[in-house]
Design a protein around this ligand. Structure first.
Ligand code: HEC
Length: 195
C-alpha cells in the first residue's frame, strides 16, 4: 500500500516535470505562463519573474515610503511610489552607498486621474482640474538585493507584476541594462525627507 502510494507520487512528479519542461519550450506555453495559466504549474513557479525568480514580497504594502514620482510619456501618465523593506529603508535613510543583501524595493505604479471631489472643493478659489490622484493600479516592480545570487546583474533581481502575474522574459530582460545607468547602486529613487 505504502509502496503504491510512493509510486503514484513519483509518477505525479514525473508528469509535473514533463509539464514544466514542455512549458519552457513552446512560445504558446510561454505566453500562457506569462499570464499564469499554464496547466500543472504550481503557484510558486508561475508567480515568479523569469530569469531572476523574484516574487511579490508579502506585506510590501505596509513598508516605509522612500519616494514618490510622476511619470509622463505620451499618453502614459502615472503616479509612482517607491517603498522599502526595513533593510532598504535603513540604507536609503542613512545614505549608504550600496544596499545590503535582503534589501527589497517595491515600486507601485498607478494611472494618474483628476479628482472630481478635490476639484469641487478647490473650485471655490481655483476653477478647473487641478487635483490629481491615484487611479487604477498598473503594475508593481520589485528589486531584490542578493549580491551572490544576482552577481551578474549588479546584485539585484528584478520582477514586474501586473494583476499579480509576472511579465515575460523579454520584458524582464530590459530591467538591468537600463538600471545600469543609475549611480546609486543601480537604484534611481532618492530618499524623500520629511517636508
Ligand atoms: C528604460 C529604462 C528602464 C527600464 C527598462 C526599467 N527601469 Fe526601473 N526605473 C527606471 C527609472 C528611470 C526609474 C526611476 C523613475 C521612475 O520610477 O519612473 C526606475 C525605477 C524602478 C524601481 C524603483 C527603484 C529605483 O531604482 O528607483 C524599481 C523597483 C524598478 N525600476 C524595477 C524595474 C524592473 C523590475 C524593470 C524590468 C521589468 C525595470 N525597472 C525596467 C528605468 C528603467
Amino acid at each position: 500500500m505504502a509502496v503504491d502510494l510512493e509510486k503514484a507520487n513519483n509518477m505525479r512528479r514525473v508528469a509535473f516535470l514533463l509539464v514544466a519542461v514542455l512549458g519552457l519550450s513552446g512560445s504558446a506555453a510561454r505566453i500562457a505562463s506569462a499570464s499564469g495559466e499554464a496547466a500543472g504549474k504550481p503557484a510558486s513557479i508561475s508567480s515568479a519573474s523569469p530569469i531572476y525568480g523574484v516574487t511579490i514580497p508579502p506585506g510590501y504594502r505596509d513598508w516605509q515610503l522612500i519616494a514618490v514620482n510622476h511619470l509622463q510619456i505620451g499618453k502614459l501618465d502615472q503616479l509612482r511610489a517607491q517603498l522599502g523593506n526595513e533593510k532598504a529603508y535603513k540604507a536609503f535613510k542613512e545614505g549608504k552607498a550600496s544596499f545590503p543583501d535582503g534589501a527589497i524595493i517595491a515600486a507601485l505604479h498607478w494611472t494618474r486621474v483628476p479628482s472630481e471631489e478635490n476639484d469641487k472643493a478647490l473650485a471655490v478659489e481655483f476653477p478647473g482640474a487641478q487635483s490629481f490622484v491615484i487611479g487604477p493600479g498598473v503594475n508593481i516592480q520589485i528589486m531584490v538585493k542578493d549580491s551572490k545570487k544576482y552577481a551578474a546583474s549588479g546584485g539585484w533581481g528584478f520582477g514586474d507584476f501586473r494583476d499579480g502575474k509576472p511579465g515575460d522574459e523579454a520584458l524582464t530582460k530590459t530591467c538591468f541594462p537600463c538600471h545600469q545607468s543609475a549611480t546609486h547602486d543601480f537604484v534611481f529613487a532618492h530618499y524623500a525627507p520629511a517636508p
